[in-house]
Write a protein that binds this ligand. Structure first.
Ligand SMILES: *Cc1c(COP(=O)(O)O)cnc(C)c1O
Length: 353
C-alpha cells in the first residue's frame, strides 16, 4: 500500500493465475494449456515474418486475421474483434458493453477474472449460484434486473456445457441485456453460439487460441458479434491501444486456422485422453463432473483435495485447487498427454490406496 496509489488501486484484488513453475521436469496439469505443440505451419509462418516487416507497425485493424476468422466462421469482418488473448478481448467487452445501471450477472463458480474486471471497471455485479449439479441454470437469470450477463460455455472450472437451446432461450427472454458467452473451451465438445450472433444483436461470443489451438504463449483471442457491439469494442480499443496484435501473432494465428487437419487431430487426441482419464479417476473412486473441455473437475469422497494436491506436488505433478467454498474438495486437472495422465493416475492410485 502506498500513499501514491489511487483509491481504485487500493481496492483491487488482482486475478491470480495458475502457477508457471520455473523448473522443467514437472508434469504441469494446472493451467489448461494444450499438451501438444501448435501446427508446424504456425511456426513456419512466424519464421517467415522477416526482420524487415518487424521494423514496421502492424496493421492497426488486423484485417487479414479478421478475414481468416470471418471466412472460417461464416461472418463478415465487421463482426469480428481481435485482441491479445481472450483476457484482453474480455477487458474490452467489460469496458464497452457490460457497464450499465443494472448489475452484471455471472455464476458464483466461474472464471475468476470476471469479478476482478468488474471491480477494475467499476461494474456492479451479482453472482448467481450454480444449481446442485454444479450447472448453470439459465432460468436463474430470467426476470431479474440486469444490465448484462457473462458466463463461459462450457463453464470453468466445472467443465459442464450448456445447450445452445438454453442460450437462445436466454437471448430471447433478455433482449435488452448484452449476453457474453466465453467459449474458451468450446472446441473440446460443446456447441458454439457463433451462428446465433447473426440473429441476436445482444450476443457476443469470445474465443481464444490458447487452449484448443495450443497457442497460449502467443496471446490471441477474438470476439464475434453484431456489428454494433464490435464497433463499441473498437471504439474502446482505439481509445487505448490501436495496435494490439503484433505481426508474429497475426501470422501464427492465421496459419493455425489454415491447418484444419492438424487442429482436428489434436482435439481428438485430447478428447480421447480426457475420456480415458475420467474412467481411470472413477475407478479410483473419484466423482468427475461431465467435462466438455480439456480439463476435468474431480473430487474423492475419502481424501481431501488439499492433501491430494500436496501429494501430487511431491510427485512432481501440479494440478489446480481452488480454496473456495463449494469447490474446495475438487481438483481441476488439465488433460495432458497419455503418458502424463498415466503418471497422474499412478500417483493418485498411491495417494488413495
Ligand atoms: C483460459 C481462459 C481464458 C483466457 O484465455 P486467454 O486467451 O489465454 O487470455 C478466458 N476465459 C476462460 C473461461 C478461460 O478458461
Amino acid at each position: 500500500m502506498s500513499q501514491f496509489w489511487s483509491p481504485l488501486v487500493r481496492m483491487l484484488t488482482p486475478y491470480v493465475p495458475g502457477e508457471q513453475p520455473k523448473v522443467n521436469n514437472l508434469i504441469k496439469l494446472n493451467t489448461n494449456e494444450n499438451p501438444y505443440p501448435p501446427s508446424p505451419a504456425v511456426i513456419k509462418a512466424m519464421h517467415a515474418v522477416t526482420a524487415d516487416s518487424l521494423r514496421l507497425y502492424p496493421d492497426p485493424d488486423s484485417s487479414q486475421l479478421k478475414q481468416t476468422l470471418a471466412d472460417y466462421h461464416g461472418m463478415d469482418t465487421n463482426q469480428i474483434f481481435v485482441g491479445n488473448g481472450s483476457d484482453e478481448v474480455l477487458a474490452f467487452a467489460f469496458m464497452a458493453l457490460l457497464k450499465h445501471d443494472a448489475p452484471l450477472l455471472f455464476p458464483d463458480i466461474t472464471y475468476s477474472f470476471y469479478p476482478v474486471y468488474a471491480r477494475l471497471f467499476g461494474i456492479d455485479y451479482v453472482e448467481v449460484p450454480l444449481n446442485d449439479q454444479m450447472e448453470i441454470d439459465t432460468a436463474d437469470y430470467l426476470g431479474r434486473d440486469c444490465g448484462a450477463i457473462i458466463f463461459p460455455n462450457p463453464n470453468a472450472p466445472t467443465g459442464i456445457p450448456l445447450a445452445l437451446s438454453a442460450i437462445e432461450d436466454l437471448l430471447i427472454k433478455q433482449p435488452n441485456s448484452v449476453i457474453v458467452v466465453d467459449e474458451a473451451y468450446v472446441d473440446f465438445g460443446a456447441e458454439s453460439a457463433i451462428t446465433l450472433t447473426q440473429r441476436y444483436p445482444n450476443l457476443l461470443v469470445v474465443r481464444t487460441f490458447s487452449k484448443s489451438r495450443s497457442l497460449a504463449g502467443l496471446r490471441v483471442g477474438f470476439a464475434v458479434g453484431n456489428k454494433e457491439l464490435i464497433d463499441g469494442m473498437e471504439r474502446v480499443k482505439n481509445s487505448f491501444n490501436s495496435y494490439p496484435m503484433d505481426r508474429l501473432a497475426v501470422a501464427g494465428a492465421i496459419a493455425s486456422y489454415q491447418d484444419e487437419d492438424y487442429f482436428q487431430k489434436m482435439l481428438q487426441a485430447v478428447i480421447t485422453t480426457r475420456e480415458n482419464t475420467t474412467q481411470a479417476l472413477q475407478q479410483l473412486g473419484f466423482s468427475v463432473l461431465p467435462s466438455c473441455t480439456n480439463f476435468v473437475f474431480a473430487k474423492h469422497p475419502a481424501f481431501s483435495a488439499d492433501k491430494l494436491a500436496a501429494g501430487l506436488r511431491e510427485r512432481a505433478i501440479i494440478v489446480r485447487h481452488f480454496k473456495h467454498p463449494r469447490i474446495d474438495q475438487y481438483l481441476r486437472i488439465s488433460i495432458g498427454t497419455n503418458e502424463e495422465c498415466d503418471k497422474l493416475i499412478a500417483a493418485l492410485r498411491q495417494l488413495t490406496a
